[in-house]
Design a protein around this ligand. Structure first.
Ligand SMILES: Nc1ncnc2c1ncn2[C@@H]1O[C@H](COP(=O)(O)OP(=O)(O)OP(=O)(O)O)[C@@H](O)[C@H]1O
Ligand SMILES: [Mg+2]
Length: 314
């Protein structure tokens, strides 16, 4: 599986198709092959802890020799994020304004998009600061729409910050002229924004570097996951993020017997055909439906055996 060679792997897809399971299995395989691996869940409704039978939470937890896991809590990240903003403006905003500014920030905390911005900030921190500590970073993401917004944020935020910087530059230039001493005015806000812009653009470069970062979508042989993923792949293409690998999960096994299952299997074939047609360009990994949920390490081990060479048939 080509994508397994990448340093950073994002696993996306519609709700319930098997993203967390697949991300855990990819991480499991990677760690067993000797890579120091960090598995990161960005899904507010996590279940990595269930699979590894250990509570994971907001700090990096060792789950097996070379495997580490982290569950990002968006609420905590938002709190930390707002705290960080408050700290960074302490010396910038006049004390008489502070109360009002804090009030505004506290309102911002519960506004739509705040969780995502904070999550995104954390994601960037992990990509920039943990890359050197691990051979592989595997991101288990929340259902499709969320992933796309998250991955398109560098571009959107980049544009937004660019605009802010230009505005401040203009104001500062006016001030300089007004003061008429030719000295550029000091502007800590400009400096803070500039640092953020540099972090964004470094993260963006990494996300866009196809040698470094890979995107995997998980689907099931059913109509909705197929159509939703088709749209998602097109959208991500527009952001120059190219999904090259699909995991087709929960395929009825060949040896399914009984009239009911045989009928289902026949029905499934039309979706398998649709997958071949719709995703002709993507490398595909086929994983069968197991008779049980994937809830422990043994299951994960079996599951990850399917990530060998790309197969054509199950
Ligand atoms: N191939 C499979 N065979 C049997 N059960 C599976 C298989 N793949 C995943 N499951 C089970 O399906 C359920 C959903 O899987 P998982 O939690 O990985 O999906 P998800 O896409 O992460 O869901 P969410 O969108 O809620 O985050 C779990 O109970 C998991 O154990
Ligand atoms: Mg999940």
């Amino acid at each position: 599986m080509q994508v397994l060679e990448k340093k950073i792997i994002f696993v996306g897809g519609k709700g319930g198709v098997g993203k967390s399971t697949s991300a855990a299995a990819i991480a499991w395989k990677s760690a067993n092959e000797g890579n120091r691996t960090l598995l990161i869940s960005t899904d507010p409704a996590h279940n990595l802890g269930d699979i590894f039978d250990r509570s994971i939470g907001g700090s990096i937890t060792n789950v097996s020799e070379k495997l580490f896991a982290l569950e990002i809590d968006p609420e905590k990240e938002t709190d930390d994020y707002i705290k960080g903003v408050k700290d960074s403006i302490k010396n910038v905003v006049h004390s008489s304004m502070m109360e009002e500014v804090h009030r505004q920030l506290d309102t911002a905390k519960s506004s739509p998009g705040a969780d995502e911005a904070a999550l995104f900030d954390k994601l960037i921190s992990i990509i920039l600061e943990e890359s050197d500590n691990y051979d592989k970073l595997i991101f288990d993401t929340a259902p499709t729409g969320h992933t796309i917004r998250l991955l398109s944020l560098p571009e959107l935020m980049g544009v937004w910050i660019e605009g802010m910087l230009k505005k401040r530059q203009k104001t500062n230039d006016n001030y300089t002229q007004l003061l008429n001493d030719g000295e550029p005015v000091e502007d800590p806000i400009y400096d803070v924004l500039k640092v953020r812009q540099e972090r964004f653009s470094r993260a963006r470069e990494i996300l866009l570097d196809g040698n470094m970062t890979g995107f995997v979508f998980v689907i099931n042989p059913e109509r909705l996951p197929i159509t939703e993923t088709e749209k998602a792949i097109k959208l991500l293409d527009q952001y120059h993020l190219h999904v090259k690998t699909l995991i087709v999960n929960k395929i009825l096994p060949k040896n399914a017997d009984g009239d009911f299952l045989l009928q289902r299997k026949g029905h499934e074939q039309q979706y398998m055909d649709m997958i071949e047609e719709t995703f002709a360009k993507q490398e595909k990994i086929y994983v069968p439906l197991f008779p049980h949920d994937i809830i422990n390490r043994e299951h994960l081990e079996t599951f990850s055996h399917y990530y060998g060479e790309a197969q054509t048939e199950l």
